[in-house]
Design a protein around this ligand. Structure first.
Ligand code: FE2
Length: 197
C-alpha cells in the first residue's frame, strides 16, 4: 500500500472534462470507446465523496505517452491517457476512455501485461494516496502476468472490472463497473510505488 501524504483536494479545481479522455484533442482517439464507472467505498460500504481519482493508461496500441515508454507501437495524437475526476456525493466516478492495449514490459522473456487502467485515489477523509489498477474480464494474459499473480487468488477478482450492459451506451460505448474499497476484508488491492507500470 502506498503511503504518500498529499494535500487535500478540491472538487472545484477539477472540471468534468478531465473525466472524458476522448474529447480533449482535435480528433477522436483510435480504439474501442469505453465507459468505466464505480464508487469509492470505505470498509463499511459507505460512499467516499470528494475523493480525487486520477487514472493513467496506455493507448489502444499499448503505448504510454511517456518518454520512458520505448515500445515500438504508435502514439495517438488524440489520446494522452491521463484522466481525473472527483467522486460525487454517492462516491461515484465515471470516465470515458479507450480500452488500452496489452504491452510488453521486459520482466521476463516475452512478457506482456494484460490491458489495465491505473488508478490513484486520495481524499480529505484519509491522508494516503492509494494506487491500484483495473483489468478487463477474461483477459488471456492474466496467467503470465507477475503483477496480477502477485495478488492472492481470492483477491484477484477485485482487480477486474465487470462488463455491464446497463452502463453501456448503445451504439456508442461499452461500459464497465468497478468499485474501489479502501479498507476491510473486501478492500481493493493497492500497489507499492515501484509497481506502477
Ligand atoms: Fe500499466
Amino acid at each position: 500500500m502506498t503511503t504518500q501524504n498529499l494535500p487535500g483536494t478540491s472538487a472545484a479545481r477539477h472540471g468534468t472534462g478531465d473525466a472524458d479522455l476522448t474529447t480533449r484533442h482535435a480528433g477522436e482517439p483510435i480504439g474501442e470507446r469505453i465507459i468505466v464507472t464505480g464508487r469509492v467505498l470505505d470498509s463499511g460500504g459507505r460512499p467516499v465523496p470528494a475523493a480525487l481519482i486520477e487514472t493513467w493508461q496506455a493507448n489502444a496500441a499499448g503505448r504510454y505517452r511517456l518518454d520512458v515508454d520505448t515500445h515500438p507501437a504508435p502514439l495517438d495524437p488524440n489520446f494522452d491517457g491521463a484522466g481525473r475526476c472527483v467522486t460525487d456525493a454517492e462516491g461515484r466516478f465515471r470516465f470515458v476512455t479507450i480500452k488500452p492495449g496489452a504491452y510488453p514490459w521486459g520482466n521476463h522473456h516475452n512478457a506482456w501485461r494484460p490491458a489495465h487502467i491505473h488508478f490513484s485515489v486520495c481524499g480529505r477523509a484519509f491522508t494516503q494516496r492509494l494506487v491500484t489498477a483495473m483489468f478487463f474480464p477474461g483477459d488471456p494474459l492474466f496467467g503470465q502476468d507477475p503483477v496480477f499473480n502477485s495478488v492472492p487468488a481470492a483477491a484477484r477478482e477485485r482487480l477486474i472490472g465487470r462488463l455491464d450492459l446497463g452502463i453501456t451506451e448503445p451504439d456508442w460505448a461499452l461500459g464497465y463497473a468497478w468499485d474501489i474499497v479502501l479498507r476491510g476484508p473486501q478492500a481493493s488491492v493497492f500497489e507499492p510505488d515501484e509497481e506502477r507500470r
